[in-house]
Design a protein around this ligand. Structure first.
Ligand code: GDP
Length: 446
């Protein structure tokens, strides 16, 4: 994801500032210039970048800081806060409630991923205990109803639409009325998209909105459209009362700036991001964990939340408890490897963890990564329970290492390599926990 490049550039700028012998106005200016360049390259609008620069300068008045204050930390916190406030319009969006009927209308240009996202949104909420239904009010695009029907059928979500009726308002009203009567608590209306912003599209949107009185209008935007995002989002905001944004295709070449621009233009929060074509490739968007991840700080609370999403409830407590409370033992690593091996939803999740994503499983080299994991697991199979559960396996002595190598049919070098890898991942893990503590502290300050 190109977004990772933006995060990488900002992190590098912060690190250079941190490593500087003295943190003075020049070091701060260099750091801000680098961050500015990175944001502009990621298609963030100039006005937003200028505001961010000014705010950080205002927040970090180096001369006024008392001697002994940790300037590096203050600058890092200020950058973190400003990136968060760029993405946070300060007012939450409407949140549907279970058992209470809500109508949510989706708007966006053709090809933005609107129809796919409607089903993802319905599916996500059904897993949370809602009773969702879909209405296809897109009578403009040939095949739109078939597409929604196919997606909805696959996800086993009730749908409403028509092959003959050409009036989108009529279909929307009929569908919403019907599902209301049938006590569905989340009625999702997919509307027409057009190739470009045009008066007819906006007029149609306005009419559907007036007739169905949605509790929330969600603007769906393709994350890879770059600088065009601001104008597009603003045009939609002016014609429909957009209350939330979903940015799609964040798995592709999205530079991320589009998401920031859409927030600025609509003054509405991004609530989800689409990360693939599959119904599961849909993530709740939370500003602070996102910025944390962007800056490579990892995000333990996000990881735990996602585990809750993808794992059967009866298996969650044990793993969540181990991840959050326990120390990072070799046994925990073994269990993570098991999940990574079959690359189920949990494995995909772990592969996002910094130690795995950037180290063991690299994109394009998945086969080698998997072979390495298999080798490490064979070695761990020759360890004792005490060694696997030890909080300090570094203390393993040479004779044990030789025995483990012999027992697993591997070389001593393989065993030491595995232990080194474990140390590397355990170190990242402890940092991750530390960062989460910092974020919690930070939230308390705010
Ligand atoms: P609509 O015209 O706005 O309703 O767009 P569609 O829902 O038909 O989506 C257009 C294309 O984008 C389809 O091929 C989708 O599979 C694809 N798509 C939608 N969301 C995502 C996403 O998050 N990531 C990727 N890679 N593709 C997506």
């Amino acid at each position: 994801m190109v977004l990772a490049e933006l995060g990488g550039s900002i992190s590098r700028a912060l690190k250079r500032m941190s490593d500087a012998t003295v943190v003075d106005d020049k070091a701060l200016a260099d750091c801000l210039n680098e961050i500015t360049r990175a944001l502009l390259q990621a298609d963030v609008r100039f006005a937003a970048v200028r505001d961010l620069q000014n705010n950080i300068r205002r927040l970090v008045n180096l001369e006024a800081l008392a001697a002994g204050t940790n300037k590096r930390k203050i600058i890092q916190q200020a950058v973190f806060c400003e990136l968060c406030s760029m993405l946070d319009p300060g007012k939450p969006s409407f949140v549907p409630a279970k058992g209470k009927p809500s109508v949510v209308m989706f708007v966006g240009l053709q090809g933005s991923g609107k129809t796919t996202t409607c089903t993802k949104y319905a599916y996500h909420h059904r897993r949370k205990g809602f009773n969702p239904a879909l209405v296809c009010a897109d009578t403009f695009r040939a095949g739109a109803f078939d597409q929604l029907k196919q997606n909805a059928t696959k996800a086993r979500i009730p749908f409403y639409g028509s092959y003959n009726e050409s009036d989108p308002v009529k279909i929307a009203v009929e569908g919403v009325d019907r599902f209301r009567k049938e006590n569905y608590d989340l009625i999702i209306v997919d509307t027409s998209g057009r190739h470009k912003q045009e008066a007819a599209l906006f007029e149609e949107m306005r009419q559907v909105s007036e007739a169905t009185k949605p509790d929330l209008v969600i603007f769906v935007m393709d994350g890879s459209i770059g600088q065009a995002a601001f104008d597009q989002a603003q045009a939609f905001k002016q014609s429909a009362s957009v209350g939330a944004v979903i940015v799609t295709k964040m798995d592709g070449h999205a530079k991320g700036g589009g998401a920031l621009s859409a927030v600025a233009a609509t003054k509405s929060p991004v609530i989800f991001i689409g990360t693939g074509e599959h119904i599961d490739e849909f993530e709740v968007f939370d500003v602070k964990p996102f910025v944390n991840r962007l800056l490579g700080m990892g995000d333990l609370s996000g990881l735990v939340n996602k585990i809750k999403d993808v794992m059967p409830a009866d298996q969650q407590p044990e793993l969540v408890q181990k991840l959050t409370a326990g120390t990072f033992t070799l046994r925990l690593l073994y269990e993570m490897f098991q999940n990574l091996q079959n690359m189920g939803p949990l494995g995909q999740l772990f592969s996002m963890f910094p130690g795995f994503g950037g180290g063991l499983i690299t994109k394009g080299k998945e086969k080698e990564g998997q072979a390495k994991i298999k080798r490490y697991m064979t070695i761990m199979d020759s360890m004792t329970d005490a060694e696997l559960d030890s909080t300090n396996p570094k203390l393993m002595n040479e004779s044990r290492i030789i025995r483990i190598a012999r027992g697993s049919g591997r070389l001593v070098k393989d065993v030491t390599e595995m232990l080194e890898e474990y140390k590397r991942i355990a170190k990242m893990w402890s940092k991750l926990k530390l960062n989460n503590k910092n974020v919690r502290d930070h939230q308390i300050i705010n």
